[in-house]
Design a protein around this ligand. Sequence first.
Ligand code: NAP
Ligand code: MN
Length: 268
Amino acid sequence: MKERVICIFANGNRFSLETGEVLKAKLEKSGFKTTCDFHPEAELIVCIGGDGSFLQAVHRLDFPRIPFIGINTGHLGFFQEILPNQLDDFIFHYKQNKYHIQHLSTVKVIGQTSSGEEILHRGLNEIIIKGNRSYSVHLNISIGGSFIERFSGDGILVATSAGSTAYNYSLGGSIVDPRLNLLQLTPIAPMNTTAYRSFTSSILLPTDSSLGIIPEYTKDHQLNILVDGSEYPYEDIESLSINLSNKEVRLLRFESYDFWAKVKSKFL
Ligand code: NAP
Ligand code: MN
C-alpha cells in the first residue's frame, strides 16, 4: 500500500508548535506518515498559524499543487479552515473524503527595468506598486492595451478575490465572494488634478484582462513592488503587466465552510 504523507508546518509560536505535535501523534495513529519538511509526494500540507504564516508557507514552497489546510492559531484566519480543538473532527472527515477543494487564483506581475532586469512576482492576496519613501507615483495605466488613466497618488493595489478582505478592504475596496474569480484594481490615495486623472473607486476586471503600467519619473526613480507583505525595490522600471497567474492555491474546505460568516465575524 502506498504511504500517505502529510506535511505539517507550524509558525514559531508555542501554541502552534504544541498543536503540531498533537496533530502529528493523531495522524500517525491514523496511519499517516508526517514530516515537518516539504515532501513532493505529500497529499496534504497542514499550516498552523495565522493568515500571515499561511502566506509565508505558500511563498516558501513556491505555490505547490498540493492542497493546504490551515489550522488557525492567529487572529481570524481567512485561509484557515479549522481550530486547534477540531483536530479529531478534521482527521475523521478527511479520511472519509468529506471535503471539497477551494481553488484560489493568484496574481502575477511581470516587467523590466531600463537596465534590462526582469521582474516576476506572484501573489495570493495582492500586488502593490508604490513609491519610495512616501513619494507619490505617476503611472500610465492601460487595460487590455487601451490607455485608461494617468494615475498619481501613493500607488495602486491589484487584489485577487482571496486578497479582497486584506489590505484591499482597508483601502475601501470591495469584499469579493470567493466564488467570483476576478482582479480588483484599488487606488491608494489617488490625487486628481488637471495633469493626472484616475478613478477614485476600485474597478473590477475579468480573469483574462491584462493591466499595463508605464511609470513616469520626476525626482525619484525607485518603485517598490509589494507582494503579500514582502517588498521588492526596483530602479527605473520601464513597464509592468499585471495578470491573473496560471498557478492556483488549493485549500481543503469542509461542509461547514462559510465565507460570509467569517467576514461578518471579522469586520462587524
Ligand atoms: P501583517 O501586516 O502582519 O498583517 C496584516 C493583517 O492582515 C493580519 O491581521 C493578517 O491576518 C491579515 N490578513 C492577511 N491576509 C488576509 C486575507 N486574505 N483576508 C483577511 N485578512 C488577511 O502582514 P502578514 O500577516 O504578513 O500578511 C500580509 C498581508 O497583510 C498583505 O498581503 C496585506 O494584504 C496585508 N496588509 C494589510 C494592511 C492594511 O490593512 N492596512 C497593511 C499592510 C499589509 P493574521 O493576523 O491571521 O496573520
Ligand atoms: Mn500576521
